[in-house]
Design a protein around this ligand. Structure first.
Ligand code: FPP
Length: 255
């Protein structure tokens, strides 16, 4: 197994950012292409993606980011070959077991969001164990999105609301954006400030859609296994040049 550097990487200084996003969401894309380019099977790319994830967590801590949410397995990933699905399930377990002490030492609070149906019970056990172990940590919250998809999350919530209304626990027509957000399974996940996707693909792929309504999007050409803290910092640098208006406007006819 590969050894990782401690949080600070020798000789690499964190840039001074004018604005640091509180919550970064990442679609860790490009593992399969990274492996196939090297004549390797796709799963070798996932294996190489572990180091990238750990380095990015370290870099996020150094930058002062407080929440990082990563797409580890989507509700659509079941369409992949049975071998790849089996590998990803086993690998999620392995990464959690091998890295939870390290993440705990770094002060990382691990949280799982996603659906229970279909997800391997042993994966849920590992996720819940990592959650238990790290629940008091405050440096950074790492939300592992495993068997997650935004549309189904929203639909699940709507179904829950209709049940609550049927049981007269909720008044029909009383839902607001705020109360709806609180009923989502991702709650209390904050709005995403910066949404990053690696590998040159420019899509959101059903990831944290509700929370990313006003997120700044940064697409990196780097394939996930080659992604590291410096690439994350480049994304933060792009973010810090953006002007966020949340629907408001600034009138400056003289430029
Ligand atoms: C997307 O690349 C990646 C995944 C579906 C899996 C994410 C897993 C990792 C980054 C490994 C890190 C470890 C864990 C367990 C969190 P892709 O397979 O879609 O690549 P492609 O677009 O090149 O085919």
């Amino acid at each position: 197994m590969m050894e990782f550097q401690p949080v600070a990487k020798r000789g690499i200084k964190v840039p001074k950012f004018s604005q640091v996003p509180k919550h970064i969401a990442i679609v860790m894309d490009g593992n399969g292409r990274w492996a196939n380019k090297r004549g390797l099977p796709r799963v070798e790319g996932h294996k190489a993606g572990e180091a990238a994830l750990l380095d990015v967590v370290a870099g996020a801590i150094e930058a002062g980011v407080s929440e990082l949410s990563v797409f580890a397995f989507s509700t659509e990933n079941w369409k992949r070959s049975p071998e790849e699905v089996r590998f990803l399930m086993g690998f999620n377990k392995e990464v959690l077991r091998d890295r939870r002490d390290q993440l705990n030492n770094w002060g990382v609070k691990v949280r799982w969001v996603g659906r229970r149906p279909k997800l391997w019970a042993s994966v849920i056990d590992e996720l819940e164990e990592a959650q238990r172990m790290t629940k008091k940590n405050k440096v950074l919250t790492l939300t592992m999105c495993v068997n997650y998809g935004s549309r189904i999350e929203i639909v699940d919530t709507v179904n829950e609301i209709t049940q609550l209304v049927a049981k007269r626990k909720l008044k029909a027509g009383s839902i607001t954006e705020k109360s709806f957000g609180k009923l989502l399974s991702t709650n209390p996940l904050k709005d995403v400030d910066l949404f990053v996707r690696s590998s040159g693909e420019k899509r959101m792929s059903n990831f944290l859609l509700w929370q990313s309504a006003y997120a700044e999007l940064v697409f990196s050409e780097v394939l996930w296994p080659d992604f590291d803290r410096q690439e994350l910092w480049r994304a933060i640098e792009q973010y810090s040049t953006r002007q966020r208006r949340f629907g408001a406007a600034i009138d400056s006819p003289k430029g």
